[in-house]
Write a protein that binds this ligand. Structure first.
Ligand SMILES: Nc1ncnc2c1ncn2[C@@H]1O[C@H](COP(=O)(O)OP(=O)(O)OP(=O)(O)O)[C@@H](O)[C@H]1O
Length: 512
């Protein structure tokens, strides 16, 4: 047997405190040179905090960081980059109207200039790691998988030998996930080290050489992907046995709750963003909308919520034409909304949780109370109800007065889901309801959606998680370039087939 590779990254006894929270407590992490190392753990376990510490965005309160056996101390990401650490964030940070070359070089002009030298270096990187990038392509013409490869190229261009990827597969369809894993294998072959955070335990087992499990801020162990099952991993993460999900009989009733008739939304680019979409959601029905990101799903949601005008078509809620209604009136009429981008649409990050609890629901209990003829915000009731949601939905935070910004992404999401479900809407528009939440919270949210459906709620589910779409939907529509191009039976379709429809490969329309 050959000796194990030397340690590329070693974190010893890392502790990081925030007001009221110990985000990382005495964490140990050992990553070998040339391995793909996965970090898994529940929402709020401390994964992002640990990675931000390694990337120089946080200073640890205690502990040491060693790279190739030498202790380092980073004051900023700039220091980490100079030491060979690169980070690919979950939300891409690319300029759409620039080329691949311009995006990669932006901010690193000093390395190889902006001319022939830079172009040569990018081509070398693309070739060495089989990224398949053309330096002259406009980023706006690229699909999600390619954009991610541009982000990886950016990091490699800056000389990274250790790459941190934050939930890299959350936005990818199965084919793209396979391509990414191919890219990771290339990086590994060239001796680079990859650390990645993921909630998808099956993928972790497939691609990782080693796994570190974090629970409530501290390392609870490492696992061997070859011999650990996804269920065992999940149990290590939560420290308890998970319930096995069970499928249920159809609860679809005849009464339509939401109808879209020929809904069309214009886009500045010419071709409509939403192109003549007709669909019905009945009581007790989950209607899933699949699609590669950027194919009109977000605009469709905006149209249903009254956040974007229609160029043509009609929207009916419980049989009533609501096309001209404001967002607020639609919400009061019984439409719940879990938005895709919680930071833009769903939360006020600097505001306390109780204010976020009543956001969009200010005119109804528990927020509103009538005194005389006026309408007042009842803060006490809002705080009490926030505490209830925090306990029912397992939102881990010190209390209702904690600012939303201090919560981990998954815990923010749980608060939004709790808020929207608490209003008992007739129709729920759920855009990526479990994005960024861990397996435990995911199964809780799935159960809640199923219960609500059984009680008659109509649900529109937009998700990039194909297992979620297939597992929850009663009807499944696929959107491509703004139009519904296929309607599938979730009981019959596999994730691979669905992925084929989403990229247009199946219908022969060419991949986007
Ligand atoms: N800037 C901050 N200020 C205060 N508290 C914070 C801050 N960042 C993180 N925390 C807290 O630290 C803990 C760990 O959060 P972290 O984001 O690292 O978790 P995570 O494992 O990445 O979770 P998720 O899977 O939900 O993204 C949480 O309790 C969170 O509320």
């Amino acid at each position: 047997m050959t000796d194990p590779a030397p340690l590329a990254v070693e974190l010893r006894g890392i502790t990081k405190r925030f007001p009221g929270v110990v985000a990382n407590r005495d964490i140990e992490l050992r990553v070998r040179r040339g391995e793909v190392h996965a970090i898994v753990g529940e929402n709020g376990a401390g994964k992002s905090t640990l990675m931000k510490t390694l990337y120089g965005m946080h200073r640890p309160d205690e502990g040491q960081i060693l790279l190739d056996g030498r202790e380092v101390s980073f004051k900023s990401p700039g220091d980490a980059i100079a030491a060979g650490i690169g980070m690919v964030h979950q939300h891409f940070m690319l300029a759409d109207n620039l080329t691949v070359l311009e995006n990669v070089v932006l901010g690193a002009e000093r390395s190889h200039g902006i001319g022939a030298g830079a172009r040569r270096r990018i081509s070398e990187i693309s070739e060495a790691y089989a990224l398949g990038l053309d330096p002259d392509d406009l980023v706006e013409d690229l699909g999600v998988g390619d954009r991610q490869r541009v982000e990886i190229a950016k990091v490699l261009y800056r000389g990274a030998t250790t790459l941190i990827l934050d939930e890299p597969t959350a936005v990818l369809v199965p084919q793209e996930v396979d391509e990414l894993f191919g890219n990771l294998a290339e990086l590994k072959r060239e001796g680079l080290t990859v650390i990645f955070i993921s909630h998808k335990l099956d993928e972790v087992r497939k691609v990782a050489d080693a796994i570190t499990v974090i629970r409530r801020g501290t390392t609870v162990g490492t696992a061997d992907p070859a011999t650990t099952t996804a269920k065992q991993l999940a149990e290590l993460m939560v420290g308890a046995e998970l319930p096995t999900p069970q499928t249920r009989a159809s609860t679809v009733r005849d009464t339509p709750v939401l109808e879209l008739l020929g809904v069309t939304v214009a886009s500045p680019g010419g071709r409509p963003a939403v192109d003549d979409v007709t669909l019905t959601v009945r009581e007790g029905e989950v209607v899933g909308i699949a699609g590669v990101e950027g194919n009109g799903q977000a605009e469709l949601v905006d149209a249903v919520m009254g956040l974007r005008p229609l160029a043509a078509g009609t929207i009916r809620l419980g049989g009533e034409d609501v096309t001209a209604w404001t967002t607020r009136r639609r919400r009061e009429g019984g439409v719940g909304f879990i938005p895709e981008d919680r930071h833009r649409q769903g939360m006020l990050l600097d505001a306390p949780l109780w204010e976020n609890r009543i956001l969009g629901h200010q005119t109804r209990p528990p927020a509103a109370s009538r005194r005389g003829r006026g309408l007042f915000i009842d803060r006490k009731a809002a705080r009490a109800d926030t505490a209830r949601i925090m306990s029912e939905y397992d939102v881990r935070a010190p209390g209702p007065d904690t600012p939303a910004v201090a919560l981990s992404g998954g815990n923010q999401q749980k608060l939004i889901v709790g808020r929207e479900m608490s209003a008992h809407p007739r129709v729920l528009i759920a855009a990526h309801p479990t994005r960024g939440v861990d397996v435990g919270a995911q199964s809780v949210i799935w159960e809640l959606l199923k219960d609500a459906r059984a009680e008659g709620m109509g649900i529109v589910l937009i998700s990039a998680d194909l297992d979620e779409l297939i597992g929850l939907s009663d009807t499944l529509h696929v959107m491509l370039r703004g139009a519904v191009v296929a309607t599938l039976d979730p009981a019959q379709v596999t994730p691979e087939q669905l992925g084929g429809h989403m990229t247009g490969a199946v219908a022969g329309t060419g991949a986007r």
